[in-house]
Design a protein around this ligand. Sequence first.
Ligand SMILES: O=C(O)CCC(=O)C(=O)O
Ligand SMILES: [Fe+2]
Length: 345
Amino acid sequence: MSLERNCNTSLIPVIDFDAFFDKSTKHAVAGEMLQSFKDIGFVYLINHGIPQAKVTEMFEMSKKFFALPLETKNLAPHPPSGTHHRGFSAQGQEKVTQHVYDCDSLAEQRAQAPDAKESFECGREEDELMPNIWLPEGTLVGFKETCLEFFWVSFLACLVYHFIRVHQLCHKIELDILRALALGFGLDEEYFTQCHTAPDNQLRLLHYPSVPLDALHQNSIARIGAHSDFGWITLLLQDDVGGLEIEDPNVPGAFRSVTPVSGALLVNAGDFMMRWSNDTIKSTIHRVCAPPGTTSGMTPERYSIPYFCSADFSTVVDCIPGTWDEGAGRPNFPSAASTSELQQT
Ligand SMILES: O=C(O)CCC(=O)C(=O)O
Ligand SMILES: [Fe+2]
């Protein structure tokens, strides 16, 4: 088994994740993944373990959902509160910005350049704090089951929906990625997974409709504005349209286009992971703009599926051992902030 590493647009390394399950290459993969998170905050994984058929099924279901009439999609409305991340948000309803929390500034930004995207968000079905919001029974056959299976199949859900057909999809891959990062830090493989047990994660289906290129260039509309992800790690699946851009860590303010890699999973670190790693890992700013090949007229539509991974709410976020010199000083952040406390800061 070979450890493949080459460059995507000379920016984001592509790693063959299958090699993580081979003893002889395991540590090398772990080291390369962590290095990539330190250098650029992103890594592409091929042979990641989510079967291509399942990815295709999820994208097809997402397309069917967004093709429904607006009034049907609105039968599963995202609550107005910005803290209950479930259900459908229509175009212009959400404006992704970096660190703008007060309502007046948000309303102002929204009026300037609304995000030309629509989304559907769901989590684990058993989550009582943030219950899922589904379409009424029978509206889109198989939608709920496909989302739940893709997210993570609990034993109960398996029994109910598919008998004992256990596909370990996004959540399983999340745990393997966390194992690799822990090994990369020279820690016990289960250092991170032991506090990712719930899993209080969020699956988001995204559709960026076709829009006039001029409007995007003139900033009268945006696709998704520049932001970093809030949580621990994000797994991103995208179609082959392109348009994702990330800030060049060596040239602040300059954005570089990320070319989609067929079948690959794009993984990036969020703000909590950056904090946990005492700023040694980057939570890199990214955005979605017009795809590079479009020169005039309308942009092609784009579909993507991010999966945002969170640690258990009770997790105490001490900086990871070894990310600061205990003899020479303090870590950049005070210890003992729990995930729930951090979410309020
Ligand atoms: O659509 C994409 O590729 C990016 C989505 C994203 O960055 C997000 O939802 O946080
Ligand atoms: Fe993001």
